[in-house]
Design a binder for this molecule. Structure first.
Ligand code: XIL
Length: 336
């Protein structure tokens, strides 16, 4: 039996498989994207800082539209990332025009207009939105927080209701779109409890929330296994929501120093392949509760982990610097 050479094909009928893309990749890696994936997300192009940098009501949809149009023409679904985030956001939303902070009602009105405009612009083309990203930081040392909530401008000016408002506005703008709360470290017990509380709160208020996005920025050492994540996915599923693995990468960094491609030994790459396989196998077991898995980038060369938390070598993705498939890719094709 010949094996499929496409991740999307290998996992067809189980969940969608995709990746975050940047504009250049649509041009240079377009063929690879349409072969391998049936879902994409823009790595940066749909963040507020990209769409509305110039000021209130002033949008530049050029890059995002090109990516979305390309994807839909190739039967690739599009996730939207992200409407409300403390990073890569826009200062004008909070500005009173005199060097101070605008009143709550002004910021809420701006947030409503921004979400209505953006979700409305992509209505019928973007099927799922990360409405709010990274609002909770329980027990995260060094992070300014109030009762586990990140003390972002949204939180400070609007209060915790900014999440419910954002979901309400997104639903108004596209009643068909699936609405997600997205975060990292979702295997953290305290963060999981905050996520469950959010879901129950929105459900009690009659405000739609359809899914939880698990960023899943992992390393070959952490988490040790995916049992806790699996339980959390089950908990979320029991509340009637779906789960997406939204930003998967598995860094080679752990206790050892990985400073160049020479350090990406066959042993490390095999371990990485095992970790990818374990996660995909868990998601396949929970296929009625997991509907998409996306890696955060395609080629190692373009991974954000080459810049963050510092400039250094890493090789966390499924394709190497030359866009050649790695052992992790082969393992996922076999497993699918
Ligand atoms: C990152 C991008 O990959 C980088 O190119 C950019 O400079 C910063 O943002 N969590 C998220 C993503 O939700 O939006 C972040 O993406 C990575 C962490």
């Amino acid at each position: 039996q010949t094996q499929p050479e496409s991740l999307a094909q290998a996992w067809q009928g189980i969940f969608k498989v995709g990746a975050a893309i940047s504009p250049g990749q649509v041009m240079y890696g377009g063929t690879l994207i349409e072969q391998q994936f049936n879902i994409i997300v823009a790595e940066n192009a749909m963040k507020a800082g990209s769409l509305a940098r110039a000021g209130e009501g002033q949008y530049d949809f050029t890059t995002a539209d090109a990516m979305v149009d390309w994807a839909l023409a190739h039967k690739v679904a599009v996730r939207g990332h992200t409407l409300v985030w403390h990073n890569q956001s826009v200062d004008w939303m909070f500005d009173d025009g005199h060097g101070g902070t605008a009143k709550r009602e002004v910021v809420v009105a701006r947030l409503r207009k921004y979400i209505h405009d953006v979700v409305g612009h992509f209505r019928g083309r973007v099927f799922a939105w990360d409405v709010v990203n990274e609002a909770f930081v329980p027990d995260e040392p060094g992070t300014e927080q109030v009762k586990g909530w990140r003390s972002s401008a949204f939180y400070q000016v609007i209060g915790p209701e900014f999440i419910a408002l954002a979901f309400q506005f997104a639903h108004e703008a596209d009643p068909q779109a699936l609405l997600f709360y997205n975060d990292y470290s979702t295997e953290h017990p305290a963060k999981h409890q905050m996520i469950l509380a959010l879901i129950r709160d929105l459900q009690a208020k009659g405000i739609p929330i359809h899914g939880i996005g698990h960023q899943s920025h992992y390393t070959i050492a952490q988490p040790a296994d995916f049992k806790v994540l699996e339980q959390h996915i089950v908990d979320i599923g029991k509340l009637g929501l779906t789960n997406h693995i939204t930003e998967l990468d598995i860094s080679l960094h752990r206790d050892i120093k990985v400073s160049s491609a020479d350090d990406a030994t066959p042993e490390l790459l095999a371990l990485q392949a095992q970790r990818y396989s374990d996660l995909f196998a868990m998601c396949a077991r929970q296929r009625d509760k997991v509907s998409a898995v996306l890696t955060w980038g395609i080629s190692d060369a373009g991974s954000w982990l080459r810049q963050w938390p510092q400039a250094r070598f890493d090789a966390p993705l499924l394709f190497d610097d030359d866009m050649e498939p790695k052992p992790a890719f082969d393992a996922l094709i076999k497993l699918g």
